[in-house]
Design a protein around this ligand. Sequence first.
Ligand code: SD4
Length: 335
Amino acid sequence: MKRRHFIKNAALTSAGLAVGSTLASCAENTKESSVTKVTDDISKAKLPLVIATWHVKDATAKAMEVLQAGGNALDAVEQGCRVEEANEKGQSVGKGGLPDRDGNVTLDACIMDKHGNCGAVVYLQDITHAVSVARKVMEDTPHVMLAGEGAKQYAISQGFKPEDLLTEASKEAWNKWKIEAKYKPIINIENHDTIGMLAIDKNGDISGACTTSGLAYKMGGRVGDSPIIGSGLFVDNEIGACVATGLGEEVVKTVGSFLVVELIRQGKSPQDACEEAISRIVNKPNSDYKNFQVGYIAVNKKGETGSYSIHQWFSMTKFQDGVNEQIQSDYFNKA
Ligand code: SD4
């Protein structure tokens, strides 16, 4: 608005025009500098870089292997997430995930590339690698999201093999749960939860992915934040990226990952942006935050990272400059 006014006024005199062009270019520069603030010294960042929610060093190692071999960030996050999807011991992702209250394992996943393209699957059953189906949706269909039976049939048509995702261990846990059948979100279910992964490749391009079996013993048909672009994941290759874990309903209500990236755009560090997004949740009137967990991890274009959660024991795994480490996250609820 200001700039339009200015150009209109400047057009009135030639002197105005001269000054106008200087000021207009100042205005452009100011606009430019606020947007490129995080990109200006990308050359200093130690790239490539991978971060992921929770303690998933095998997954970040796989992603880094892809990046070191010259692969792009999109391949890295897909391959990294696949490690945990195939890990039957992880009861919150892919095969071996805990089922809904009816005993069905249903997966949610999404992926987003450096161009802002995205793909997602929700309520997917019998297919382990939901993240790869999400990528197929992004690359080979005119849509961004497929659900349920349609997603499954699409996956099968693309060569994915259907299999039973309910392992003996998860069936046993479900049978125990059925004795009382009380639904209650569990904070930090096993220090290894939904996997969200963000990577910056050697070219400085960012991609992200998120994959989960969602909340254990959820209602049949329930979909969380993880496959919802802007909630569970958001990537803006000019600015940075964010991915979420925890009680998806609370993340969706604040469009958490998009919020974090927009806060970075406005000049916040990834750490401050994650903290602000958590404060939006806990500071709601009547927030029940003492009874649920939400955690965010984020990266900016400079390769700076941040992570923050409501409760203690959330962590981020970070692989950069030859070091693959689990970093405990700072948290809000210190009372
Ligand atoms: C969901 N955000 O479905 C996922 C699950 C999760 O800790 O991250 N649980 O709500």
